[in-house]
Write a protein that binds this ligand. Structure first.
Ligand code: G3H
Length: 539
């Protein structure tokens, strides 16, 4: 470790000017095209970044407050979205694709102007490094631009008529209705927008509830949302999920539910909907992605991928490597080199150049991780790295645990933090059975060089997880690849193109291909009498 944990946190004057954020007491929220003032209770925004005081103690910095709305206000917000959709007859769901794209392009241009503010808030609210915060912002802008491109392509292919078995038809994708979008705190911008933007651009109206942490960073975007979209198309709800979102679900007026979080959270909310058949769910949930390191793996590569796989953003990624199965023949060498690589990671504040390990935003998280480590030690594991599991306030220094076995909680539980369980194995069946019997099925990584052995793992895993990564860490990107999961890990598939499908349904206009019908259809098209029935397409 580069410096003692105690001197991790800065004194106020040591914070560089360009990353400081003003204290913001946010009362504004967006409803029906207006920024209204919330008169009620507020929720403090407590940064994981602590500030060293004169007496040497470090205190988490409070950087602002956000509205703690109640269920009555949540229902008003819902009503705005319901009215704007107007049973599919509203202004937004009846716009042409080209018109909706123009609104989203306008939003994207406005969004790009607040990059610095959002990046700084990402660092302060969730402790993400500056490099990763910038990446999250830029990746989100790219995602929006790619979504526009994909929709143009989709629209071009929908502009043609199909003739089949004496029928002629036009098939287009249309919106689902009112969408509730809820994102996770680890990617409060990117993951949320990867459902929010496709939902909007397909003609749905949206209620967006920001994540638990990473709430203030939506504030710089409120005016852009207000100005870029017609009233009621996007509405933003703040507050505790159980008070606000539960009330929305109980009305039965939510048509699609986009949620990234735990499967328990998703199930609790889904159950409240009185007409479950009317609720389409697009969910990104828990995961416990394993890495399997075979005896013939290129260890330089495996270690570097496992370090970023398990520790980028302190392991707080749904795709993080959360358990490492290392073959007994190489486990000692692996551990020596892996723990050296952990030692080389710089701990510090998110804005420090070259920093990798930063404080954790969830209150009580360090206690939870300590509990996991304690349980593993009680069942025979050892902490293999210097200072592993050391805590200072919101900071938890990574703990590499070995040998991990099925009696330990960390063997099954998704730690979502910097604890790295290493399981030694001899036979391929051990990691294979782990994946087969796991409650989760997002991704797996396999490191090795024998094609024959890798093929065995590939075929064993193809019906278990959504993506098998060979000699590469688990990850969502590129965003054009399908991102999904099986079992308790997801519902539906996201990617730039898949998300457009997830938030829409195909509608068919069909007729018997008689001369008379063809003439009627041709006249509708020629006279531009229908938005749906049209052969126009966007260049
Ligand atoms: O937290 C889950 C994210 O979708 C992971 O995305 O693999 O690009 O970090 P990532």
């Amino acid at each position: 470790m580069e410096k003692p944990l105690i001197s991790l946190f800065p004194e106020a004057h040591q914070i560089p000017e360009e990353v400081r954020v003003p204290y913001t007491e946010q009362r504004e929220y967006l409803i029906n095209g207006k920024l209204c003032e919330w008169p009620g209770a507020l929720n403090p925004v407590v940064s994981p970044v602590c500030i060293k005081q004169a007496d040497g103690t470090a205190v988490p910095q409070v950087i602002g407050k956000t509205p703690l709305m109640d269920s009555a206000t949540a229902l008003q917000i819902l009503e705005a979205a319901v009215q704007a959709y107007n049973m599919g007859q509203g202004y937004w769901p009846t716009r042409s694709v080209a018109e909706r794209i123009a609104h989203v392009e306008n939003f994207l241009a406005r969004m790009r102007t607040v990059r610095n503010e959002v990046v700084n808030l990402l660092m302060w609210e969730i402790g993400k490094t500056r490099k990763d915060s910038e990446k999250e912002f830029d990746r989100t802008c790219d995602y929006i631009a790619d979504t526009i491109k994909a929709l143009k392509e989709l629209d071009r292919s929908s502009a043609k008529f199909t003739e089949e078995q004496g029928f002629m038809a036009q098939i287009r994708r249309v919106p689902l209705g009112v969408v509730l979008c809820m994102g996770p705190y680890n990617y409060p911008l990117n993951e949320t927008f990867s459902t929010l933007i496709p939902a909007l651009i397909m003609g749905n109206t949206v209620i967006f509830k920001p994540a638990k942490y990473g709430v203030l960073l939506i504030r710089p975007l409120l005016e852009a949302f207000r100005d870029a979209f017609p009233p009621g198309v996007i509405n933003i709800l703040y507050g505790r999920g159980r008070e606000t979102v539960g009330a929305l679900m109980e009305t039965g007026k939510i048509d699609a539910f986009a949620f990234i979080g735990t499967h328990k959270g998703a199930n609790d909310l889904k159950k409240l909907h009185p007409k479950p058949n009317r609720l389409k769910a697009i969910l990104g949930l828990d995961a416990k992605n394993p890495a399997i390191i075979l005896p013939d793996a290129d260890l330089d590569n495996a270690i570097s991928e496992c370090i970023t796989g398990s520790l980028s953003f302190n392991g707080q990624r749904c795709t993080a490597l959360k358990i490492l199965f290392v073959h007994k023949k190489i486990v000692n060498e692996f551990l020596d080199r892996f723990t050296e690589a952990v030692k080389a990671l710089k701990a510090g504040m998110p804005w420090e150049p070259g920093v990798s390990l930063t404080p954790l935003p969830e209150p009580g998280k360090t206690d939870y991780l300590e509990g996991l480590v304690k349980d593993a030690l009680a069942h025979g594991a050892r902490i293999m790295n210097d200072n592993g599991g050391a805590v200072n306030k919101t900071f938890f220094y990574p703990a590499v645990l070995y040998p991990v076995n099925p009696h330990m909680r960390v063997y099954y539980e998704e730690q979502f933090g910097p604890v790295i369980p290493v399981v030694p194995f001899e036979h391929d069946e051990t990691p294979i059975q782990y994946v087969v019997n796991s409650n989760y099925g997002q991704q797996a990584s396999v490191f090795g060089s024998s094609g024959k052995v890798l093929a065995r793992y590939i075929d064993a895993f193809t019906n278990q997880v959504g993506r098998i990564n060979i000699n590469t860490q688990c990850q969502r990107g590129p965003d054009t690849f399908p991102f999904n999961g099986r079992k308790d890990s997801a519902e539906g598939t996201l990617s730039v193109a898949d998300a457009l499908r997830a938030f829409s349904i195909r509608t068919v206009v069909a007729t018997k291909a008689t001369d008379e019908n063809k003439q009627i259809i041709a006249s509708i098209i020629r006279n531009r009498e229908s938005v749906f029935l049209s052969t126009d397409y966007i260049i």
